[in-house]
Design a protein. Structure first.
Length: 379
């Protein structure tokens, strides 16, 4: 009886631990989704104030005139925070905003930034709302943004800077020339990483066809792919700030990351198969510092020694040939791995492909791939 009771307790304990583990995983995934949504929302806000927009023109004029201002976007939650000065209700223009900023108090704009609703307005957010700001104007801006969950812009005449507050986030809007410089430098870094990635991929292609690939070779390619993704996200933030002025940078970014997502998906399918989503989740959790060491990827993803031989299914390499998808699928289903396929006899290939012409065509395609890779051509 005691043994039976003990077994039941172990089963219950195991069930509870398993459910707790699942709940923790759900919380982690939910937290990540929330963070991603917050980042997307903030990028959308940055786009509203990008160079070339009317509101940014007004803010730049205020900086040039060495004038301060406090601008609040009405989202329908300001009633308890503002004491209305006087109603303007006029169509927005940079000139009007600059003129109204000569008065004390905040200016209230409509949610779509098309109207100036009020001017000379007193902001009175709850004083208990935490803020790290020191100046009166910036304290009011930070507290208002947090309490009303809206957008507030503070222009400082003393520091000659524009600070954007959105909910719990604050961000200093730099001059477009400075953002463009940073974006250009970051794009150059990305292009260097792309060159390293291409070299690593060429090496992996050759090793896969020679059946000599190791976990370290695969990890090196994945490392560069993920680093490029992190850097491209930084550039996308700059592009949101640059607006139309970032057109050339945007063209360079698109060219640099073209087809990389597809390459990574094929690579993960080759080595992880049904565990594809698991691999994606692990990679997405790695920050840039962690990714700088390839050993971290091999340890986390493969849980094996980095120099251990590893063999792909062959999806990625076969996708570089002119074989039809149904033939590629049939070959992988039959031989399981690329190394088995590469040493298959004509009879074995014939069983899958159905006729000798296709067998000859397949062998020619593999030969051409080897030749192209050996002379340094990209596939």
């Amino acid at each position: 009886m005691k043994e039976e009771s003990s077994k039941k307790q172990e089963v219950v304990k195991s069930f509870i631990e398993e459910n707790n583990s699942k709940e923790q995983e759900v919380v982690k995934i939910s937290s990540k989704k929330i963070k991603a949504k917050k980042e997307k929302d903030f990028v959308d806000v940055l786009k509203m104030f990008a160079p070339g927009t009317s509101i940014r023109a007004a803010l730049n004029d205020l900086l040039m005139a060495r004038m301060g201002a406090l601008i609040v976007i009405d989202n329908g939650s300001l009633e308890k925070i503002i004491e209305k000065g006087f109603r303007v209700n006029a169509k927005f223009s940079p000139q009007k905003l600059v003129e109204l900023s000569k008065m004390d108090g905040a200016i209230i704009l409509s949610k779509d930034l098309k109207k100036i609703l009020y001017a000379n307005t007193l902001l009175s957010p709850i004083q208990g709302t935490t803020t790290r700001e020191t100046g009166i104007r910036h304290k009011a801006a930070d507290r208002t943004a947090k309490q009303a969950q809206t957008i507030v812009v503070a222009v400082s005449e003393r520091k000659n800077k524009i600070t954007l507050y959105y909910k719990e986030t604050s961000y200093v809007l730099a001059a477009s020339s400075e953002i463009l410089r940073r974006a250009t430098e970051t794009l150059q870094t990305l292009e260097k990483q792309k060159d390293i990635f291409n070299d690593s991929l060429d090496n992996l292609n050759l090793l896969e066809l020679k059946r000599l690939g190791t976990i370290n070779d695969v990890s090196s390619v994945l490392q560069r792919l993920e680093i490029i993704k992190r850097i491209s996200n930084i550039i996308k933030r700059y592009l949101a700030e640059l607006g139309k002025e970032g057109m050339v940078i945007n063209m360079g970014l698109k060219e640099s990351i073209r087809n990389l997502d597809k390459e990574e998906k094929m690579l993960l399918k080759d080595y992880f198969g049904f565990n594809l989503s698991f691999a994606y989740k692990l990679l997405s959790k790695m920050d840039l510092d962690f990714l700088l060491e390839p050993m971290n990827i091999s340890r986390m993803l493969f849980e094996e020694l980095h120099d251990k031989p590893i063999f792909p299914r062959g999806l990625r390499i076969l996708s570089k040939t002119n074989l039809l998808e149904r033939h590629t699928t049939a070959l992988i289903k039959r031989f399981k791995r690329l190394d088995n396929l590469l040493v298959a006899s004509d009879e074995e290939l014939l069983e899958v492909l159905g006729n000798e012409g296709l067998v000859t065509f397949f062998k020619e395609e593999i030969y051409n791939l080897r030749e192209r890779i050996s002379i340094g051509k990209r596939i």
